[in-house]
Every structure is written in structure tokens, then in C-alpha cells.
Design a protein around this ligand. Sequence first.
Ligand SMILES: O=C(O)CCC(=O)C(=O)O
Length: 254
Amino acid sequence: MSTSSFSADDVTQFRRDGYIIVRGLATPTLCDQLMRLARQHLAARIAPLEYEAEVNYPGAPAALDAPGGRTVRRLLQAYAREPLFRQWATSPAMGGRLQQLLGPRVALSQAHHNCIMTKDPNYGSSTGWHRDIRYWSFEHPGLVSVWLALSREHDRNGCLLLLPGTHKMEFRSDQLDAAQFLRPDLEENREMLRTQIAAEMEAGDVLFFHSRLFHAAGKNETSDTKYALVFTYHAAGNRPLPGTRSASLPDVMI
Ligand SMILES: O=C(O)CCC(=O)C(=O)O
């Protein structure tokens, strides 16, 4: 792994755009090891799992018993699955950078993301424009997710699409649908969607993104499953609200 801090320009970019990609942060050796573990967990279908049929996204199988319904979308609880996942999540490469973004005391939420995202070529669905914070409950909305590409991510296998700067914008409720996805039928939203960028990454590249940043992803049109290891962090003083899903599992101090 390379150095454990962002440059001042990186921090400025994150604050302005709501994301930053660090190229080659995880070494090829580490990526191979993480990928091997991810593939083993997927092949053995080690619980807890989230299935495509459970996400209700466009193109997802309609029911668990429908063709492809039990295609795995996420290997949940990554932190508890393997020591190597934990080592990555709490590594200096994460800790140092997250302190720059979140402050001196950083906590990993086991309740959010904390998964291996898999995108299957046959039944993997696309994801509409959303902000992760929409279903998360904290005193403040400024969390940071860290997405490590374990394989190449590009526009044909459903890499993340981002709307730079939207983490700082306010949206009217009628710009969103009932599930808080940005409505693509509105001209003002369509105009904003023209500013989207594709977060194309090689294995080992890492995307840090703000929990208020609108993002989406397409389907996987290739023949290989796409894998990414994703964790979410918050300032330790920014507490999950009692009684919510965000408070359902203990945080990990890093
Ligand atoms: O890989 C995808 O389809 C998008 C995943 C995503 O944005 C999320 O889980 O919040």
C-alpha cells in the first residue's frame, strides 16, 4: 500500500466534488488475495447475502424463485468475514486519509455497506441515481464510503457514475421519487445528469465518496462478475441515531 495521506489538492477536490479516486492504493498482490477470498465466499454462498431479487432495482429478477432471483448482489458483513478484509478496512492507507476528511477520531459503520459488491453479468441490475444517506440515520449526514475495485470497473460492466458537487446541493422532494431516486423524467434533473462522470477504475484503485453524493451504476454487459470491497466511515462524534438501522451494529474505531 502507498502513503497514508491525501495531498492538499486531493482534499480540496473531495470537498468540492464529493469524491476522489486514489489510483493503485491497494497493491496487485493484496487485490489478488482479496479477490480470491471474495470468489470463495461467493462460490460457497457464505451468509449473510443480499440477492438481486431483494433490491427491486430495474432489471432485477422479480422474486427469489424467478430465474436469477438468487443471484448474489452483496456479500454482507465483510468486516466479520475475513481478517484480510478487516486489515484493509483499518489500514493506515484508510485511517490517515479518513482522518483528513472526517477528523481525528474515525469509526467504521458495520451497519452500512460493509460488503463485497458483486455485479453478475446475467442478472446484475442497474442502480438509479441516489444518495446513500437517504436511508442512513446519523446526527450529521457527512459520512464517507470507500470503494476498492478488486477488478476493472468501466462503463460496460456497471462502474459507478457520479454527479460531482451534488453532495453540497439541496433537492426539492418532488425531484425525487418515493424511494428517493432522482427522477430522470424531469428536465431540470436531466440537465444535471449531463454533468455525470464515470468512475472508471483498475483493480487496486479506490474511490472515496461522500454519503450525500448522487451516484448510479449500469448493468454488467461483460461476461465476468465485477467485485468491489466497500466500507463506510463516520466521525466518531457523529453518532448513529438510537433505535435506527444505523445503530444496529457496533461501530469499529479505526
Ligand atoms: O453497483 C451498483 O449498482 C451501485 C451500488 C450502489 O450505488 C450502492 O449500493 O449504494
